[in-house]
Design a protein around this ligand. Structure first.
Ligand code: AHR
Length: 501
């Protein structure tokens, strides 16, 4: 089949905030313990952090990492994770029914983030705790010295404040599963008062208020309207979460789900405008899509296993093994964020290591890249610059979730400084290859084109410890320049990155 795409230098969507390629690490399963932290591992650094994992995270080039949860944060006492390690308490984590040793806390995570070349995005507990614990944490993390909490940080070995800019006001407070779940009015009031207290400390901090955990939530989108009516003038972002599933093994339907994501974003954009108008507010609120990923491969089994265990420390949990089909899905999700980058300024893949993650580790053994590592890495490294409003002419199909789903899912980014145009293209047609003609207007003449392809004949192909390179990108040679056009042929069900210079 054929697809014609036109990109014009003046038809732009938005500059892309690099934090669109953020990540997330929760005290959950083996994300922290035997994920990033394993003092006995041969690659461990002086802080007990696995260097092999740090290298893989650095290569992903993820500019922010949200921490420490997730559901975990809603019953977390951050003070448990400071001071001498051997004096820290072991606590029962109510979110995941596990034991938390607190061997990793804010100091260790901050050092790790520094090594991994990522900035911290911290969440405060508005579930079991409230304003006071939140403002103490902000003071501990960001105040230079001369106060109780900042001096305690200094005593604990860190003289300089970390100067964390981005703070989440709780996590998924709309979810009945959340420890300390609240109604939209209860949460909105608490989030607003907490935001005011944090702003009294530093009004330059960026604050994220909780939106919906999923567009399927019965309270969506009234939740957003009520919460923003309480908080609009005190916050910068409203968070959204969404996980993608394919229990039915229906690839066409699965790959249409980003259309639902797009509608979700659009609806919340409408709610933001409504509340802004109603309040005659001057400030803008944007979206922080701070949890997204494919999550279904191990989900039901995990729920059963959790019923059978006591309070294990760092058990195997949420360790989805991703396949080639998920490469296509992650590519389409990231394309949606790029096309919505005027509204979605921040997004975090959930999560980063072992727990629904692009990076896996074996305790004492190697670390390797899951299939989804690659589309995330490509977007994060090469999807920086200005998002382009592309005109796309291509065949489409009807799915239950949306009609007229284009077989070609494509996003384009112009990096004016580097002088590059990068297109991320997913062929959602499983029957036919696709000839793509990219017409480039107003960018000057193209000198070179590179095509990188991810393709596997088996949609269920995975990367494992024993076969870590089963699904991986391959450079192609067939892409051609003809005048102002680029011609690229891509196989059925495939992911491509096309770079023009
Ligand atoms: O990422 C796994 C969990 O999904 C998070 O803890 C929670 O916020 C969401 O429900």
């Amino acid at each position: 089949m054929e697809a014609r795409v036109t990109a014009h230098a003046r038809y732009t969507i938005s500059d892309i905030d690099k934090r669109l390629y953020g990540s997330f690490l929760e005290h959950l399963g083996r994300a922290v313990y035997t994920g990033i932290y394993e003092p006995d591992h041969p690659s461990a650094d002086e802080n007990g952090m696995r260097r092999d994992v740090i290298d893989l995270v650095r290569d992903l080039d993820t500019p922010i990492c949200r921490y420490p949860g997730g559901n975990f944060v809603s019953a977390y006492n951050w003070e448990d994770g400071i001071g001498p390690r051997d004096e820290r308490p072991t606590r029962l984590d109510l979110a995941w029914h596990t034991s938390e040793s607190n061997h990793v806390g804010i100091h260790e995570f901050a050092d790790w983030a520094d090594s991994a070349n990522t900035e911290m995005m911290l969440a405060v507990n508005l579930g079991s705790r409230g304003l006071d614990a939140a403002r103490n944490l902000v003071e501990y993390v960001n105040h230079s010295g001369g106060s109780y909490w900042s001096d305690l940080r200094r005593k604990n070995g860190r003289a300089e404040p970390w100067d964390v800019k981005l703070w989440c006001l709780g996590n998924e407070m709309d979810g009945p599963w959340q420890v300390g779940h609240k109604s939209a009015d209860e949460y909105g009031h608490l989030a607003n008062e907490t935001a005011k207290a944090i702003r009294a400390f530093d009004d330059k901090l960026e604050l994220v208020v909780c939106g919906s955990s999923h567009s399927n939530m019965p309270t969506f989108p009234q939740w957003e309207a009520t919460v923003l009516e309480h908080t609009y003038e005190q916050v910068d972002y409203i968070s959204l979460h969404m996980y993608f599933e394919n229990y039915e093994k229906n690839t066409a339907e699965y790959l249409a789900l980003p259309e639902k994501l797009d509608r979700y974003i659009g609806t919340v954009g409408g709610v933001i405008d409504y509340v802004k108008g109603k309040k005659r507010a001057k400030n803008d609120v944007r979206i922080s899509f701070d949890e997204w990923n494919v999550w279904y491969h191990e989900r039901k089994q995990d729920a059963e296993r959790m019923k059978t265990w006591g309070w294990p420390h760092a058990p195997v949990l949420l360790e989805d093994i991703y396949n080639f089909e998920d490469v296509l899905q992650v590519g389409c999700i990231l394309n949606t964020f790029i096309r919505r980058s005027d509204l979605v300024r921040i997004a975090c893949i959930a999560q980063l290591v072992n727990v629904i993650a692009p990076i896996m580790t074996a305790p004492g053994g190697p670390a390797w890249k899951q299939t989804i590592y690659y589309p995330f890495q490509f977007a994060s490294r090469y999807g920086r610059g200005t998002a382009l409003q592309l005109d796309v002419a291509c065949g489409s199909y009807n799915a239950d979730v949306a009609a007229n789903v284009s077989y070609l899912d494509i996003a384009g980014v112009h990096d004016g400084d580097a002088g590059t145009l990068t297109f991320f293209a997913v062929n959602r047609n499983g029957e036919e290859p696709m000839d793509i003609s990219l017409s480039l207007e107003g960018f000057g003449s193209a000198k070179s084109v590179e095509h990188t392809l991810i393709k596997h004949d088996d949609l269920e192909a995975t990367n494992t410890r024993l076969n870590p390179d089963n699904v991986k990108p391959e450079a192609q040679t067939g892409a051609k320049i003809a005048g102002n056009s680029i011609h690229v042929s891509v196989p059925a069900y495939s992911y491509s990155m096309i770079t023009v210079q």
